[in-house]
Design a protein around this ligand. Structure first.
Ligand code: KG4
Ligand code: ZN
Length: 340
């Protein structure tokens, strides 16, 4: 073992995924994620159930991460954990666990901001995946977040715009729910949209100032539209499902791309990195790729495993903070609202 080698155990429990990862420097040795299926039957994440499931999952998930990485906990250099933002009850489980383990092993504790982690996930060492160059714009889109961030350095980040209400993932999931699709509906809308006409049913785009977003109006527009159409034709949804999905997705992509173009024009930055679960969307990926030709952008999409909620992204932030000796003391508390 090189004396410079840093082993980080990372823990993520901000929403409904319990995850633990082990990193050797900027390389992932293991990344275990236990997704909570329980929420599917409720059509969304139930905070109390999420917290209880984290309590059940955390010990086996950490064990599995250590054994997959083939290291003993005595070899760890530090423990990194998600301090926030997220659901309080969920964050508390990971925070308390990380604090106790760091105390027991007598190694440093490192707090991580979940949003910073979604961005720095691009710096996990991967074959054939180039790392973005500073400065770049990060578009973080998931079930809980929608942000455009100017990233000047690892820890120099400025939020240029964010959602004023629902996140992009919620726009997908709530619209899907109106159409009778199971939770989470995002991937299904994506799949159905491929067979549909994106211009079949125009939905209004919100008028939001600056680089901010608003998505709550879209689900209402979808609801009213569907209610009106089914009055005339009871099987309207079944008959037009692919076209409705394609139209919803087209509207969402336009909203995102408009703001991204604006952000790129204002800052003069053409390097764009996306992250978060919604970055799996095939229409969004295509629109970004098109931007490479149309606007001379250089775009970065991390491996899917590192775009949805996972502990490896917490670990990479932990690694850079470890190099800076940026440690946290035992007095640290979870923070549900935690800005960049
Ligand atoms: O990052 P993530 O796993 O968890 C957080 O919300 O933080 O993101 C989950 C979100 C859900 O809203 C899900 O519907 C959406 O990502 N999603 C998609 C696709 N795959 C996942 N939305 C649209 N198209 C997809 N292919
Ligand atoms: Zn997230």
């Amino acid at each position: 073992m090189n004396t410079q080698d840093v082993y980080i155990l990372a823990i993520e429990s901000s929403c409904d995924d319990t995850s633990a990862a082990v990193l050797l420097n900027d390389q992932v040795l293991s990344n275990v994620v236990a997704s909570q299926k329980i929420h599917e039957e409720y059509g969304g994440v139930v905070p109390e159930l999420a917290s209880r499931a984290h309590q059940q999952n955390i010990v086996p998930v950490v064990h599995q991460a250590l054994s997959k990485a083939n290291i003993d906990k005595k070899q760890l250099s530090a423990i990194a954990f998600t301090r926030g933002p997220g659901l309080m009850g969920s964050l508390l489980v990971g925070t308390s666990f990380a604090k106790s383990l760091s105390l027991a092993l007598d190694i440093p504790l490192i707090e991580v901001n979940h949003m910073q982690a979604h961005i720095l996930a691009h710096f996990i060492k991967e074959k054939d995946t180039p790392k973005p160059e500073f400065p770049f714009l990060a578009l973080t889109i998931s079930g809980g977040h929608t942000q455009i961030v100017k990233v000047s350095n690892y820890f120099e980040m400025e939020i240029l715009g964010e959602t004023l209400d629902d996140a992009v993932g919620e726009a997908f999931d709530k619209s899907a729910k109106i159409l009778g699709l199971p939770y989470p509906g995002g991937p299904l809308v994506d799949k159905l949209a491929r067979e549909g006409n994106p211009k079949a049913f125009p939905f209004p785009k919100p008028k939001v100032q600056d680089l901010n977003f608003s998505f709550s109006g879209l689900k209402t527009a979808v609801l009213y539209f569907v209610q009106k159409q089914t009055k005339f034709q009871s099987n309207f949804i079944e008959e037009n499902l692919a076209d409705i999905c394609a139209s919803i997705q087209y509207t969402i992509i336009n909203i995102l791309m408009d703001k991204l173009k604006k952000a790129s024009n204002i800052t003069g930055i053409k390097h764009i990195a996306i992250g978060g679960g919604v970055s799996a969307n095939s229409g969004i990926r295509k629109a970004l790729k098109d931007g490479e030709k149309k606007y001379r952008w250089k775009t970065y999409v991390p491996k899917f495993e590192y775009t949805t909620d996972n502990a490896a992204m917490i670990g990479i932030v932990g690694y850079y903070k470890y190099l800076d000796k940026d440690f946290t003391d035992q007095g640290v508390a979870a923070k549900a609202r935690f800005s960049l």
